[in-house]
Design a protein around this ligand. Structure first.
Ligand SMILES: [Zn+2]
Length: 602
């Protein structure tokens, strides 16, 4: 794991105003001393997502999401902590010192940079080949036949990989890339699989090249489409997985379409790159295409960042069948609603657009039906079956999808609707849904990714946490006390221990953000919930702390005195208890002395 110095983290935190950063993703409305918005992490109609500038934290009263700016970026952009710090650092113009990385991290970072560079330059080279070279005549003709003109080719940086085994290698050597970098980029292949010393050759030959970008628009891989219809190779060849590219992580086109998806709160999932490009170019722009794989959980989470709903398309002949039940469960599990659309038999979005224009495809998008309605309407023989068995069979099939829906309200609505449509009781259907859940025992994606498990400390501890972060002198005072010994056996005291042992300066937003940065997500969420909770009176914090300590010391004292009584005939155990009691009495005197110290003058 790359490590970034806490000092840098705090500098980045100090330079990043949470209101400004979150406000750059979606609009925030002032609400008293805080800012408010519709929560991006769950569906809601009235805003319960609050951003607090004084405490540089956010909190959602609806779903419990919360933390400081780093946690927000981690949750919203789906990145890990170091990456969140890096993105904020580059936003704020703060360099992350190389010396802060271990040699290994540094090597990995450097390789990543070089791989981004080679992809960036190779994309430009392929593109120039397409536009300028005679060798690409047939590639240009092919594009024209597919209705892709020069402007479109430029917008998507479509390219051409020349025929021959070493064209790219020659270019790369000329451009100063090493053999190792070429190998790591996946642009070349080894003649003998697994033997890194064997000769290398171009992976992509005589192919139309589509750069594959991550969501911030960096080229991380390529997809090459075959041009020679007689060739025996695969229609598409994709880059292998590399340090830059993990198939299940990338949605083709997302860097161009994410704004449109966010505006529509809906994403249309298409199969191929050309479908996506054609749709985008005729003005239907809220589109994505999984790259080189079936839809993964990671894809669904990525879509969920921008959309509440997805539209999937099928060929009319195979409607609903080809959907891939796993993909549907993944989408439902991510909290997305699913609509299904149909295309005329034998058509894909690309061919439909070419034959009948963008409006024809647009009409198909508008006709897409809610998944459950779609299924009911296409399975009427089951739905209206005279035999209970037929209807139950259909209910069983549908319950697997209802079960995956994480939102309880939506799940209830779906259950009721389906039950009444199938004329079976709601109870029977619910039982079916939960019986299956028990059997399968699989965790839904929602549980893994979307929910925010908040581990709240008990009330008294929560008040002390809040006080430590907001009452100026308290933390310094507690730190002089034997707090560690007191908290050791207190259930739920972990968060408090972390606060006391940190180098936090109360009321310094950057320092608070720095503390947040060290906490795992559930604790960060708990802490931001505590800070946001107006019912916790921080002015009671000091009294609660003293009481907590006194009660705890008293408890241990009594416990040990009991042990002494019970072990009067067991000298070893008795001596042990006596020693421990001495420690507790010592703790008591130390604590009492200190807690009676007068408050230092400010
Ligand atoms: Zn929320």
């Amino acid at each position: 794991m790359p490590r970034i110095a806490q000092e840098t983290v705090e500098r980045v935190a100090a330079a990043s105003d949470i209101v400004e950063v979150i406000g750059s993703y979606f609009p925030l409305k002032r609400a008293g001393t805080e800012f408010r918005a519709l929560c991006p992490f769950h569906q809601e109609k009235t805003p319960s997502f609050y951003v607090n500038p004084a405490k540089q934290s956010y909190y959602c009263h609806g779903c419990g999401a919360g933390g400081a700016i780093f946690q927000f970026l981690m949750q919203y952009e789906n990145v890990d902590f170091p990456e969140a710090v890096r993105r904020l650092a580059s936003r704020a113009g703060i360099p992350i010192l190389e010396s802060e990385h271990s040699a290994e991290d540094e090597a990995r970072q450097n390789l990543r940079k070089r791989l981004l560079r080679i992809h960036f330059e190779a994309a430009a080279w392929f593109h120039q080949n397409l536009l300028r070279t005679r060798a690409a005549d047939h590639a240009r003709a092919y594009l024209q036949s597919r209705g892709i003109n020069v402007e479109m080719a430029k917008r998507w940086q479509i390219g051409y990989a020349p025929r021959g085994w070493g064209s790219l290698i020659a270019w790369a050597e000329n451009s100063g890339f090493s053999r190792n970098e070429l190998l790591e980029s996946g642009l070349v292949k080894l003649k003998e699989d697994g033997n890194r010393n064997s000769r290398i050759y171009d992976r992509f030959r005589d192919r139309l090249m589509f750069p594959i970008c991550n969501d911030i628009g960096e080229t991380v891989a390529f997809s090459g489409r075959i041009l020679d219809p007689a060739a025996k190779e695969g229609k598409y060849v994709n880059s292998p997985e590399t340090a830059l590219f993990t198939k299940g992580n990338i949605l083709f086109g997302l860097h161009q379409s994410k704004r449109h998806i966010a505006n529509a709160r809906e994403a249309i999932v298409l199969e191929g790159q050309i479908d996506l490009i054609m749709s985008f170019e005729v003005g239907i722009r809220n589109v994505v295409a999984p790259q080189g794989t079936a839809l993964t959980e990671r894809h669904a989470t990525l879509i969920r960042r921008f959309a509440d709903q997805v539209v999937l398309f099928f060929d009319a002949d195979t409607a609903g069948q080809k959907a891939g039940e796993r993909a549907l469960e993944i989408l439902f599990g991510a909290g997305l609603q699913v609509k299904l659309g149909e295309l005329p038999p034998g058509e894909d979005p690309d061919s439909l657009i070419r034959k009948a224009g963008g409006k024809a495809f647009q009409a198909r998008v508008e006709l897409a039906e809610d998944f459950f309605d779609f299924q009911v309407n296409r399975n009427l023989s089951f739905v209206e079956s005279k035999t209970t068995a037929g209807r139950i069979a259909f209910a069983r099939k549908m319950s697997q999808f209802i079960r995956a829906v994480p939102d309880p309200v939506l799940r209830d609505t779906l259950t009721s609707r389906l039950a009444s449509r199938l004329t079976i009781t709601r109870e029977t259907l619910s039982q079916m849904i939960f019986a299956q859940a028990r059997h399968s025992g699989t965790k839904t994606l929602r549980e893994e990714v979307v929910t925010n498990p908040v581990v709240m400390p008990p009330h008294g501890l929560a008040v002390i946490c809040k006080a430590a972060l907001t009452i100026p002198d308290l933390l310094g005072k507690i730190r002089q006390q034997p707090w560690e010994a007191i908290l050791r056996q207190i259930e739920g005291g972990e968060l408090l221990s972390k606060i006391f042992s940190s180098d936090l300066e109360p009321n310094d937003p950057a320092s608070i953000a720095g503390l947040f940065a060290t906490l795992p997500q559930p604790e960060a969420a708990a802490l931001s919930a505590i800070l946001a909770n107006k019912e916790l009176n921080e002015h009671m914090g000091e009294r609660f702390w003293i009481e907590l300590a006194q009660v705890e010391i008293q408890r241990r004292k009594q416990q040990l005195e009991n042990v002494q009584r019970l072990t009067s005939d067991d000298p070893i155990a008795y001596r042990q208890a006596t020693e421990e009691l001495k420690e507790v009495l010592d703790l008591q005197s130390r604590f009492t002395d200190i807690s009676r110290l007068p408050r230092r003058a400010p």
